[in-house]
Write a protein that binds this ligand. Structure first.
Ligand code: F6P
Length: 320
């Protein structure tokens, strides 16, 4: 291929810039031109393209967010939007497109592939909800951000002898809650993949305090089917404990990417550029058992991550 494009789409994730940098510099190394598409599939429809050179990705490796901007595109869900996007790609002479984002981004890429566009997916979302890869770009940084927050919240919770419910992101996948909860020493973790008993939770909190704990931390993923405020109210009534809530929200999507996210971004983006150079497309790049591998895009789309429920008994065992 002589000319490829790259876009970032969906929720931003720390490490997207590292992926853009690696894709651009790898493509140029392989003597291909590379174009950056702004605001994901929106920019594909609007034709907001810019030529990328070595300097255009200088000083971005360590920055959160995405210099190409991102969006969730309603227009791209329509036949008309997709046809306009394909016309724009053809007019610009772009022969292959790297799509960096989560499952929604990959679905968009698959739509393009079905219409004859050569595409490659790179997994980037803090949620870690893509089952075809061990990890997604941004997840590790988000977990570390939550860990920092837990440490700070512990200081005040323990001073005031309070229980704090920390709501983290994850609509359908509880991985941020699981990983941050286990490594942050949470007393309970609530995830969308598993129902929990309010009575047992209340009991556990009270028994902990009776044993001499002076504060407790509950990590709750946003997708759990009880609102955080409602949970606070119910637990307060059931236990008479002083319970506060913190919603970390977009804080988890910002910040400098961790070494692990930069590594995953760099290796997957380099592989994507190398695939196009070798005329390979229609794949999603990911990491399986530590190795960077490609999976047919159609097989990667829609594969949900199985929650690692084996972690939950550990929480009970260790948070005493
Ligand atoms: O990027 C994934 C995610 O962070 C989810 O966990 C969250 O529910 C969602 O994005 C919120 O995204 P936005 O408000 O930007 O649409």
């Amino acid at each position: 291929m002589r000319k490829i494009g790259i876009l970032t789409s969906g929720g931003d994730a720390p490490g997207m810039n590292a992926a853009i940098r690696a894709a651009v510099r790898s493509a140029l190394y392989y003597d291909m031109q590379i174009v950056g598409i702004e605001r994901g599939y929106e920019g594909l429809i609007d034709g907001t393209f810019r030529d990328m050179d070595l300097a255009s990705v200088g000083d971005i490796l360590h920055r959160g967010g995405t210099v190409l901007k991102t969006a969730r595109s309603e227009r791209f869900m329509t036949e008309e939007g997709q046809n306009t996007a394909i016309r724009n790609l053809k007019n610009a002479g772009i022969e292959g497109l790297i799509c960096c984002g989560g499952d929604g981004t990959f679905r968009g890429a698959l739509d393009l592939e079905k219409k004859g566009v050569a595409v490659i997916g790179i997994p980037a979302t803090i949620d870690n909800d893509m089952g075809y890869t061990d990890y997604t770009i941004g997840f590790d940084t988000a977990v570390n951000t939550v860990l920092d927050a837990i440490s700070m919240i512990r200081d005040t919770s323990s001073s005031h002898e309070r229980t704090t419910i920390i709501e983290v992101m994850g609509r359908e996948c509880g991985d941020i809650a699981l990983y941050a909860g286990l490594t942050g020493g949470a007393d309970a973790i609530l995830i969308p993949e598993l129902e929990f008993s309010l009575g047992e939770l209340a009991d556990k909190l009270v028994k902990g305090m009776e044993r001499g704990k002076n504060h407790s931390v509950i990590i709750k993923a946003e997708g759990v089917d009880i609102g955080t405020k409602e949970l606070q109210q119910k637990l307060s009534e059931m236990t008479a404990l002083d319970i506060r809530t913190v919603t970390l929200a977009y804080l988890q999507r910002g910040g400098a990417p961790s070494a692990s996210d930069r590594m995953l971004a760099t290796l997957t983006a380099n592989t994507a550029a190398k695939c196009f150079y070798n005329d390979i497309s229609g794949v999603a790049v990911g990491r399986t058992n530590g190795n960077i591998v490609t999976t047919p895009l159609k097989d990667a789309v829609g594969i949900k991550r199985e929650a690692n429920l084996a972690m939950l008994p550990l929480i009970d065992m260790l948070s005493r």
